[in-house]
Design a protein around this ligand. Sequence first.
Ligand SMILES: Nc1ncnc2c1ncn2[C@@H]1O[C@H](COP(=O)(O)OP(=O)(O)O)[C@@H](O)[C@H]1O
Ligand SMILES: [Mg+2]
Length: 254
Amino acid sequence: MRLLEAKGLTKYFGGLAALVDVDLRVDAGEILALIGPNGAGKTTTFNLLTGFDHPTKGKVIFKGRDITGLKPHKIAGYGLSRTWQQTILFNGITTLDSVALACRLHQKPRFFDCLFKTPKSRQDDSAAVEQAEEILEFLGMGSYKDELPFNLPYGFQRILGVAMTMATRPELMLLDEAVTGMNPVETVMMMDTIRKIRDRGITILLVEHNMKVVMGISGRICVLDFGRKIAEGKPAEISKNKDVIEAYLGADMK
Ligand SMILES: Nc1ncnc2c1ncn2[C@@H]1O[C@H](COP(=O)(O)OP(=O)(O)O)[C@@H](O)[C@H]1O
Ligand SMILES: [Mg+2]
């Protein structure tokens, strides 16, 4: 089933064409990787899909609904959320509370209920904590729940970013350079985490530089170069594609 479709996605920054006429399809249940050299337009694509920027031209359809130009929180509400290249951690609250807060934001709390701590608000609070515990447990972080995020090992700080995105209950999750800065052990841990999330029924679109990760976990790969899509296919096809090798992969993939 087609979950997301971008048609003719185009973005100009002044005279600079960051993205030109890109078609992109994400099927439910897959792990799709978006790769390309620096400046190819990957981050721009993420921004356009999630409402953090608007396309100059083109459309984004998610679950059959035109979401082009909607605000990020609206798009997240429909089930499309992203992580960030840098994890944004809250200072002074625990790992569990960070995830619970993200769950709580998704419940759309009413100001009145929060201010006066009505029974509805207390119910929502405990539901959020329960959900947060489940997510942390699922991601293998249960034992860290009472730690402050800044005290977590780096790999788990990044997984906390994933946990906070999961708290918005996405159907499609966009991961921006999930393993950047990780050591090999943490990288393998993150790859396992991404697979687990997909197996839970959340579709994944990832931007990634680490080719071992891309080749190891993606079902399909889409390649951008200078804002244009130059190839799309299974990892084995992409690693043999001449245009891709020339544009990006170079000697290390031959
Ligand atoms: N806000 C912006 N203003 C001007 N130019 C931008 C902006 N964002 C990105 N660009 C340019 O658009 C192109 C694509 O950038 P980007 O999407 O960040 O590439 P990638 O993520 O693949 O490295 C680059 O040439 C970049 O300099
Ligand atoms: Mg980028």
